[in-house]
Ligand binder design. Structure first.
Ligand SMILES: Nc1ncnc2c1ncn2[C@@H]1O[C@H](COP(=O)(O)OP(=O)(O)OP(=O)(O)O)[C@@H](O)[C@H]1O
Length: 397
């Protein structure tokens, strides 16, 4: 008769999951270094996002929420996880997909096909709004006009406003985007490197409304924007999409070299390789800096009013989108490129020194389209010699 001693001991599991201990780990979490099995990874990934949503009170029951859907990995995972959490935790949100068609042949047309498949896979209705319809210009048209340099400025400004306009059409309370922790840490670094501390607030806030520059306008003032992936690492989003076999579009935009962000990204990846908490550390530093900037009157963002042309919120007479459109329509596409507040400050400083035209007369020059002829921009030391107004040794005697 076999005794208790005859029961064969089970072999210890090689490399068990750090959480359940019962299944072999198949991945190492980039955020924590934990070795996890697939199911435990799904569970912690989804639960962290749920906790972010709940801790920050992002939604109210019954909210109608638009998911900014580009077809890329971030927004595809966002759409999938928002639906899953909405069902699992009974958020009772009315979800819709909102896509902006920038009009980039060979890129956005293909990624929109992915969004249409996601619409059917996740059973979430979709609205597509195009730059061509809203502004009369597609990005293909704009790049034909201005070339590749600075085209991201047009695209970024137009997209932000287009999302708000699409949200109005959909009558939603809230827009969520797939901005992840890496995106936010990169933006913190870029704002610091540019000396633009007032903008830290918008990039580090998990939820924003019309109190930030160029967010929603008069009619959109109630539309909130949030980033449920604020603390989610990009590498984990890619892992999640891969293990869940989600259908997403992975090509980079053909017009976006965006060199400056590229440098910040490479720097961040190097930091992450030696210290995995670097990404959240930078976000926390950005939050702390932003709080002290907010407390300092002189570094606050300018007071917001409304664009006199389209009603969108703006710190200037014309909002950035109208200024850019003005330039495009008058054949002066460089108009409005650059940081409007910095440009204004530079003009104020140079006006003080030279007694030249005030910012008000600069904006009238902008309005009648003459600024392009009047303002000579020095981009290189050699240009100094070409400026007619440069003092000569004789005139200085
Ligand atoms: N054309 C678009 N239509 C709708 N939403 C967009 C569009 N482009 C960007 N977004 C929103 O802004 C977020 C950040 O956009 P970004 O251009 O940084 O793309 P990304 O980091 O490559 O994200 P994704 O992987 O979702 O494309 C996206 O996750 C998405 O929610």
């Amino acid at each position: 008769m076999p005794g208790a001693t005859d029961i064969k001991p089970t072999k210890p599991l090689k490399n068990p999951c750090n959480l359940c201990q019962s299944v072999r780990a198949i991945l190492k979490r980039p955020k924590t270094g934990q070795q996890l099995c697939k199911e435990c990874f799904f569970h912690v990934f989804e639960t962290e996002i749920h906790n972010t949503i709940v801790d920050n009170k992002l939604f109210n029951k019954g909210d109608r929420v638009a998911i900014g859907a580009s077809g890329g990995k971030d927004s595809t995972v966002l759409a999938y996880v928002m639906k899953l959490l909405n069902d699992r935790y009974s958020y009772e949100l009315d979800l819709v997909l909102l896509s902006i068609d920038e009009g980039i042949t060979g890129y956005r047309d293909d990624s929109l096909e992915t969004v249409k498949r996601n619409r059917d896979q996740y059973q979430i209705p979709l609205l597509i709004v195009s730059y061509k319809d809203l502004y009369g210009w597609s990005m293909d048209d704009i790049v034909k006009e201005i070339g590749r340099k600075n085209n991201c400025t047009f695209c970024g400004v137009f997209r932000r406003q287009a999302l708000d306009r699409g949200a109005i059409m959909l009558n939603v309370d809230h827009i969520v985007t797939g901005h992840n922790a890496d995106d936010i840490a990169e933006t913190v670094l870029m704002n610091i490197l540019r000396g633009d501390l007032p903008r830290l607030q918008r990039c580090t806030s998990i939820i924003t409304n019309d109190t930030s520059e160029d967010s929603s306008g008069i009619e959109t003032s109630k539309i909130l924007r949030s980033k449920p992936f604020k603390y989610t690492y990009e590498k984990e989003i890619v892992m999640y999409a891969y293990f869940k076999k989600l259908d997403y579009f992975s090509t980079e935009c053909i017009y976006s070299p965006n060199a400056y962000r590229g440098h910040a990204r490479v720097f961040l990846k190097d930091l992450e390789a030696v210290r995995r908490t670097a990404i959240v550390d930078i976000i926390h530093s950005g939050e702390a800096l932003s709080a002290s900037v907010q407390a300092n009157e002189s570094t606050k963002l300018p007071t917001m009013a409304n664009c006199t042309r389209c009603g969108y919120i703006s710190s200037n007479e014309l909002c950035k989108a109208c200024l850019l459109l003005e330039g495009l329509n008058k054949g002066l596409p460089q108009l409005g490129i650059g940081h409007t507040t910095k440009i204004r400050r530079m003009h104020e400083a140079s006006n003080l020194a030279s007694g030249l035209s005030s910012p008000a007369s600069l904006s009238s020059a902008v309005a009648d389209g003459s600024a392009g002829e009047k303002v000579k921009v020095v981009t290189h030391i050699k240009d100094l010699g070409q400026l007619e107004t440069m003092p000569t040794l004789d005139s200085m005697k």
